[in-house]
Design a protein around this ligand. Structure first.
Ligand code: 3HC
Length: 314
């Protein structure tokens, strides 16, 4: 057995016995590559996800809603920073990762390429998008890479607040006027299926799942998590009178879970290839932010270098 094969065998034994992999541990290059890909795209999703919601801060219908939305959008920025920091422990700086995103060479979640047309969309995003993220991230809180798992623990606590404030918006609107009810139902009609797509392609079509499951980066496949999200969310919809836009949705007493219709995978791949309704707008907003914020980065770098020189000279 070669030295590398020996190291790979020891690595897999650590994974199989549930020992967390830390930055300084030996790891297969492919493990490092996979984690860098997945974690950086997660971080990109958090930052890009601020755009559709930030759009409605100035138009929130009350001070209470405005304060909650500001807190949520601010949280997403923090989530992005935690995950960029944990990605950097794998050896790639956030500047390189963001450069890949701005050059269209890295992805972010499909869901943020849909427009937020009215206030009900903010409720639907909190309830459905953060609800889907909670299902995914509670699983990732037990991922084999230590820094990622630890970042998830803090993030999940904040996601719960995001989910609750979104569901409260939807419940209020479903308790409101005919127009408000129609707005809330329309928002769910537009966000339901893209929220299911957040979990990625079906496992049989996923090029990464098998390897990520072997290394316990993912503890469950995409289909399992999607089903868990549906089983949790449909009763919440029924409780407030929202109709899920899926004619095939049916509760199966035997399996004690929902059967449901078919995802439009053509739409999914189209959106993640860059042809969604808002891809260009979202990327341009990130490019503009990088350019307009360059002076802040330069000032902060100059300040920290000056501080470092002063410390060395002392
Ligand atoms: N959006 C965009 N791209 C997606 C996607 C989605 N919803 N689902 C899958 N893809 C891409 C993958 O990135 C991969 O492309 P790549 O090779 O160029 O990276 C390709 O489609 C094949 O998909 P796989 O399922 O094989 O890829 P993964 O095994 O990486 O699974 C994933 C996809 C489930 C998204 C997984 O990467 C993951 O769990 N990532 C971490 C969680 C995450 O990114 N969440 C973002 C949600 S938004 C969010 O959390 C913000 C919150 O505040 C609401």
């Amino acid at each position: 057995m070669s030295e590398t094969e020996k190291l790979e065998k020891e690595f897999q034994e650590k994974i199989d016995s549930g020992i967390s992999i830390e930055p300084k541990d030996w790891m297969p290059e492919m493990y490092r590559k996979q984690l860098t890909r997945m974690m950086s795209q997660h971080a990109h999703s958090e930052i890009v996800g601020m755009l559709p919601e930030g759009n409605w801060i100035t138009r929130a219908p009350s001070l209470r809603r405005k304060v909650a939305l500001i807190a949520k959008v601010q949280d997403e920025a923090g989530h992005g920073l935690y995950i960029y920091s944990s990605t950097e422990t794998l050896g790639t700086s956030r500047y390189e990762l963001i450069d890949l995103l701005l050059k269209g060479k890295a992805k972010y979640s499909n869901i943020f390429n849909y427009p937020t047309l009215n206030w009900a969309d903010i409720g639907a995003i909190g309830w459905l998008v953060d609800g889907a993220a909670i299902v995914n991230q509670t699983m990732l809180a037990k991922t084999s890479y230590g820094p990622y798992a630890r970042a998830m623990i803090r993030i999940c606590k904040e996601e719960n607040f995001h989910h609750k404030q979104g569901y409260e918006i939807m419940a209020d609107m479903m308790n409101g006027t005919k127009e408000q009810k129609a707005m809330a139902q329309d928002a769910v009609n537009r966000f339901w299926w893209p929220s299911l797509m957040m979990f990625g392609p079906s496992d049989k079509d996923s090029p990464h799942s098998a390897q990520l499951l072997k290394w316990k980066v993912k503890k469950h496949g995409n289909d399992f998590l999607r089903q868990r999200f549906i089983d949790r969310t449909v009763p919440q919809a029924e409780a407030i009178g929202i109709k899920i836009p899926d004619e095939k949705l049916k509760y199966n007493e035997e399996t004690r879970s929902y059967e449901w219709g078919d995802i439009d995978w053509e739409e999914f791949y189209n959106v993640i290839k860059g042809n969604g309704q808002c891809n260009k707008e979202r990327l341009q907003a990130r490019i503009d932010a990088e350019e307009n914020g360059k002076w802040v980065q330069d000032a902060a770098t100059a300040y920290s270098e000056k501080k470092k020189l002063k410390k060395e000279a002392a």
